[in-house]
Design a protein around this ligand. Structure first.
Ligand SMILES: [Zn+2]
Length: 338
């Protein structure tokens, strides 16, 4: 039993990969994270809702709200309370990291340097993959079809107006006519292309972006298109972005690729958009309540987005209250802005 190990020494060399192996957590690596069904705190579930950052060791169970760092993971898996059993948790961490009380300081320094080197290598590889994916996104968007009868029929069936959306370059079409929407950086560069699959893929996903491309950005339009006095609408997802663009044709619609990215859009808008900002309208999804989001994930994301804007002294921020699940459903059912 390694007694008297130094906390700093253990934390300096404890790696996410070692903890994952020790806890026998299986999953698939994606964008620097391990996506897995196994939450260190609450067990194994039916879907990959848990993400462990392989560089920082921070992890989160998106379905149940459990989260923490590597020591939290070790404590939770061992059924220990980190605050009351810190010494015991550190001992287990020391075993995982291969550190003992008499580990030679030179050996520790070497382990630390090795870990830093691996983290750097991983970061460089991720960056290369991201840059390549961004170039691919720009190419795909440029080359995508401006029209597809099959895609248009699909959009029309959902109550969206394909001719108008295509004319305004808000939607293009991929092979098989799948509608495509561009994701933009705040400076208007295409950084991802998000596809709404008419027939869901093998993994069951209806919406998918390009592998390794960023998900943080804006669907529809970009922050640099925001002009003083012009209405800005922040929406969630492809369907609501398109429905918002039809509902408010004169607005700059900024769509979040997933609720999790919405607050960051509020933050970027507050910091980078030309002032004075006009009215900002946020369109939340009405999702079912969960343990970590009693108001529902969409509503919570919208509230956080509003908080970011208010913190950035943006006046005139309004949350749209709808009876429907989302704006696309409301639009399809005939709802129109007053
Ligand atoms: Zn959990």
């Amino acid at each position: 039993m390694p007694r008297g190990v130094q906390k700093e020494a253990v934390l300096a060399v404890l790696s996410a990969a070692d903890v994952i192996a020790y806890l026998k957590i299986e999953g698939r690596e994606r964008r620097g994270e391990l996506r897995t069904r196994t939450c260190p705190a609450c067990g194994t579930w039916g879907r990959d809702a848990i993400a462990i950052n392989l560089t920082t060791g921070q992890w989160k169970d998106h379905a149940h709200g459990c989260k923490g760092d590597l020591l939290d993971a070790i404590a939770a898996a061992a059924g220990l309370d980190l605050r009351h059993n810190f010494g015991r948790v550190l001992e287990i961490a020391a075993v995982i990291a291969g550190v003992t009380a008499d580990t030679d300081p030179a050996e520790l320094a070497r382990m630390r340097a090795e870990r830093a080197r691996l983290a750097e290598q991983r970061a460089a590889a991720e960056k290369r993959a991201r840059m390549a994916a961004i170039r691919r996104a720009a190419w795909i968007w440029r080359r995508a079809d401006r029209w597809s009868d099959r895609g248009a029929e699909y959009l029309a069936g959902r109550g969206l107006e394909p001719a108008e959306l295509a004319r305004r370059r808000l939607v293009k079409f991929g092979r098989d006519g799948d509608p495509l929407v561009a994701l933009y950086s705040s400076r208007g560069q295409v950084i991802n292309v998000v596809c709404r699959r008419i027939a869901p893929a093998d993994d069951g996903n209806k919406i998918s972006g390009l592998r390794d491309a960023p998900s943080l950005g804006t669907l529809g339009r970009s922050v640099d298109q925001v002009e003083p006095g012009r209405l800005v609408v922040i929406a969630e997802g492809v369907a609501d972005t398109l429905a918002a663009s039809l509902t408010w044709p004169g607005a700059v619609v900024l769509g979040a690729h997933g609720a999790g990215n919405m607050p960051a859009i509020g933050e970027v808008l507050a910091k980078r958009a030309r002032r004075p900002l006009g009215e900002v309208r946020i369109v939340p999804h009405h999702d079912k309540p969960t343990a970590s989001a009693p108001q529902g994930v969409g509503r919570q994301a919208a509230e956080r987005t509003r908080a970011e804007l208010l913190e950035g002294d943006v006046p005139g921020v309004e949350l749209l209250e709808l009876e429907h699940k989302d704006l696309a459903d409301a639009y399809r059912a005939g709802w129109r802005a007053a």
